[in-house]
Design a binder for this molecule. Structure first.
Ligand SMILES: [Zn+2]
Ligand SMILES: [Zn+2]
Length: 248
């Protein structure tokens, strides 16, 4: 397994997903995944989670059966560039993802570009998800340049074009090439909606191959790289995970 971390998964707390934390932990053990982020959908999505779901994530241990778990959210981006959880909850998250979903009707390329830049500049979001979605075109160079400046990671999503967001693949290749050129931090997500898809990066692997990019900027190759990135974003160190992944 080249990628030991999966930064984007959904449990049955999002009603169109079908597995529990326990099932993800078991799947991680089976598949050789050392760490995963649980990132259910924010409240704006019709079957997203109530804000209290995120407020109480701290009850999930950061390590279960030797598998590391990050407490996260996949927020919905709003038209004004804000996201659908307020700071009170966002501050409790180990990782904040955000993307365009059905809760926002697509507008123009110019407007999507402006919205994404506002999200980046807000400082609230660590990773922008599934940007290859053809329903929400944007100026790739402008947004990735802004993301690089503000240390926001760009996700390559392994469900795009397979289960959903058809037509994403060519856009993902262009985004990957641009990210390589600009030196963006890249985060990989299976976007699993069932535990069996945890760590399934087949679609991403083909994007990486076609775009010819190296692994230097991909943080999923090591849990320590992920923790370094999150701390560089201003998150407090997670001591239990730091100790767990520090070699003796
Ligand atoms: Zn999403
Ligand atoms: Zn997702």
């Amino acid at each position: 397994m080249r990628f030991l971390v999966d930064l984007h998964t959904h449990t049955l707390a999002s009603q169109h997903a079908y597995s529990t934390i326990k099932e993800y932990v078991e799947a991680a053990d089976d598949k050789g995944i050392a760490m995963f982020a649980t990132t259910d959908h924010g409240p704006d999505l019709e079957d997203g989670c109530h804000p209290w779901h995120f407020g109480n994530l701290r009850t999930i241990p950061h390590i279960i059966d030797k598998i590391a778990i990050l407490h996260g959210v996949e927020c919905n981006i709003r038209k004004d560039g804000s996201v659908d959880l307020d700071d009170h909850y966002l501050k409790r998250m180990d990782i904040v993802l955000a993307g365009f979903h059905e809760s926002l009707a697509p507008t123009t390329k110019e407007e999507h570009t402006a919205i994404l830049k506002r999200v980046i500049e807000s400082g609230q979001v660590d990773v922008l998800t599934h940007l290859g979605n053809p329903a929400y075109p944007f100026d790739i160079q402008e947004v990735l340049t802004c993301a690089k400046e503000h240390n926001v990671a760009i996700e390559l999503n392994s469900s795009s074009g397979i289960n959903t967001r058809r037509g994403s693949h060519p856009n993902c290749v262009v985004i990957a090439k641009m990210a390589q050129q600009l030196g963006n931090t890249i985060a990989l997500g299976s976007d699993a909606h069932i535990c069996y898809r945890l760590g399934d990066f087949r679609e991403v692997e083909s994007v990486l191959e076609e775009s010819g990019i190296g692994y230097d900027h991909i943080i999923n190759t090591s849990p320590t790289k992920v923790l370094d990135f999150l701390e560089s974003r201003g998150h407090a160190p997670i001591e239990s995970l730091r100790n767990f992944f520090t070699p003796f």
